[in-house]
Design a protein around this ligand. Sequence first.
Ligand SMILES: NC(=O)CC[C@H](N)C(=O)O
Length: 369
Amino acid sequence: MTYCKRGLEGFLYTEDGTLLRGCGFGAKGIRYGEVVFTTAMNGYPESLTDPSYRGQILVITHPLVGNYGVPTPQVENGILKNFESERLQIEGLVVTEETDPYKWNSSRSLHQWLEEGGVPGVSNVDTRMIVKRVRSLGSMMGVISSGVEVEDPRSYILSKYDEIDFTQFTSPKSPIVHHNQGDLLVVVDCGIKHGILEEIYKRGFTVVRLPCKSSADQIMDYSPKGVVFSNGPGNPNLLTGLAKTFLDVKEYGIPILGICLGHQIATVALGGKVKKMKFGHRAINKPVKDLSDGRCYISTHNHGYGVFKEDIPPETQVWFVNPDDGVVEGLLHRKLPIITTQFHPEARPGPMDTTWVFDKFKRMVNKNA
Ligand SMILES: NC(=O)CC[C@H](N)C(=O)O
């Protein structure tokens, strides 16, 4: 039996019937969710607070997690500088080894952070084995437990990830305004990463964040110079109201930027298709190739759904593609000022190679103004 330093046993159960026993850490408890993995080697404070991970149990493949601890939140103009949202978003965390921090600006350990945030963690399991299974069988539901023993873990899976609209938990209930000197942009906020907010705000825009369920009329009441459809959790095909809003906003001819979920919503709204991928892209070193000039960038991804070449909407062209598997990573509209990326141009934690996408969007807004 493994010695468990937090005095808790833990397990991860996956839908295929696999039960992996290890140590518990973080909060004592049991949760279910879709089991997904990231190959990012750093940036766990960003990943764990990324609202797009809502409803998911995250497996980190890097063997040591927690070395640099958890920073104290820094906020400027209502925007978090070092976290992607105000809370932990994941359902549970699985790592090979969970370590205590050794860094000057760490305010607490990963274990303490998860404990305070009510999120269970499991360590001392073979994360490579989990990844191999998810890669061969596809994404599946699972149950994570820290310090709770149960007879039948499967009975804790109460719903399918793909059938729940998680944006109801991550979208603000009322407008949030970040005042600035420049033109006003509306962000349709389905759970926006603060890294995206920061990149937009940094370019001088006043940012009005509206709930994901806002109508085009509610958006246009602010007379925005452009609209951003944000990232967000869950199945884009469930969000038919949001696709309708996208189509209605498009009629005004103002520049639109769609990021991740926003890219998927644009695809569906404009007549293309978004499908569930076998196990998705989650990493901070994924290549994306800009087909307009052939340049390749290293980028941050977090998506389980994707657009394939044969499914792009009419009147659009592929902007970026992932050269590894051909998944469409960005679209350009042929006639209207609409651009989208499936990857995260704000990166967070990095690399910042593609933040120029926000400069391009700013030029589109200026040209239109
Ligand atoms: N980061 C995102 O916006 C994710 C979009 C969508 N929920 C997916 O998993 O594909």
